[in-house]
Design a protein around this ligand. Structure first.
Ligand code: ARG
Length: 278
């Protein structure tokens, strides 16, 4: 009995020492900075919901974001975001929505960040800020196995090209021919990549243009399709923030940098994309 009592006492003392030292508080600590940037070392990070890091995404983009059998959102972005939130002392909350809505939620300050395999491009940079890049994406072309389409140029002969609404795949393909695209009339925008692939299976479109990693995942699940062995456009993925939300962007960027440097980001990518089969 005595022994148990002294263990309890010791634990209680340890807890109070920790509390005095400022550990274990319920407030989200400011990110630890190496030195210099002491402005953020004392101020708390302002987020949409206090204590939470709210991320908007479109969880129909495997292996970056998808749902498991229990409906939980998993994937490369979800795991990197989880590691970032942990470093910032925040609880990650993922909100699933259409891709264009996920971009907009962040721009409108309804989510703290959008992480959805988002490609950095100039137009988006006008309306949002981006972290450093953490992965590379390549726009790929999916066709039926017996398709006459064998190159990006052949897309000009496609009656219809399927894409996901609001994505760079849509932006490239719907551009005018002078701007390297095929014209809006030849492009159909679907809610997500899966719907575009289904339209391809059903013969409603002749090709689908989408990022290579989800392209592989979709083709694996749908026999009779293939990915053309060409790299249509190479892109950089980054986390998006509302314009001028510099404190949060800097804090997330710092955490991301640490996670890239210590190999965490690469190991998460390797877990979902084994042995970079490119
Ligand atoms: N990388 C492309 C873009 O930024 C497609 C991203 C789509 N992401 C998603 N989670 N559905 O436009």
């Amino acid at each position: 009995m005595k022994k148990i009592f002294s263990i309890v006492m010791a634990a209680a003392m340890l807890l109070s020492v920790l509390a005095l030292a400022g550990c274990g508080g319920s407030k989200a600590p400011a990110p630890t900075t190496d030195n210099k940037d002491d402005s953020s070392a004392t101020t708390e990070l302002k987020t949409v919901v206090a204590g939470k890091l709210t991320m908007s995404t479109n969880a129909a983009f495997p292996p970056y974001e998808m749902t498991d059998d229990s409906g939980k959102i998993i994937g490369i972005d979800a795991e990197i975001a989880e590691a970032i939130a942990k470093k910032l002392g925040l609880e990650l909350q993922i909100d699933d929505m259409d891709f264009d809505a996920a971009l907009k939620a962040t721009q409108d300050g309804k989510s703290d960040m959008v992480m959805a395999g988002v490609t950095i491009n100039e137009d988006r940079q006008l309306v949002m800020d981006f972290s450093d890049t953490y992965a590379t994406g390549v726009q790929s072309i999916i066709v039926k196995e017996d398709s006459p389409i064998a190159s990006a140029a052949d897309l000009a002969n496609a009656q219809k090209i399927g894409t996901q609404r609001g994505t760079t795949g849509y932006i490239y393909c719907s551009a005018t021919t002078e701007n390297g695209g095929f014209g809006e009339d030849h492009v159909v925008a679907y809610d997500d990549g899966i719907a575009a692939v289904q339209a391809l299976m059903n013969g409603q479109v002749d090709a689908v243009v989408i990022d290579n990693a989800p392209a592989k995942a979709f083709v694996e699940k749908n026999p009779g399709l293939k990915i053309l062995d060409i790299e249509y456009v190479t892109e950089d993925y980054a986390i998006g923030f509302a314009k001028n939300n510099t404190a949060l962007k800097d804090a997330v960027n710092k955490a991301l940098k640490d996670l890239i440097e210590d190999g965490t980001v690469q190991s998460i990518i390797d877990k979902y994309i084994p042995a970079e089969a490119e």
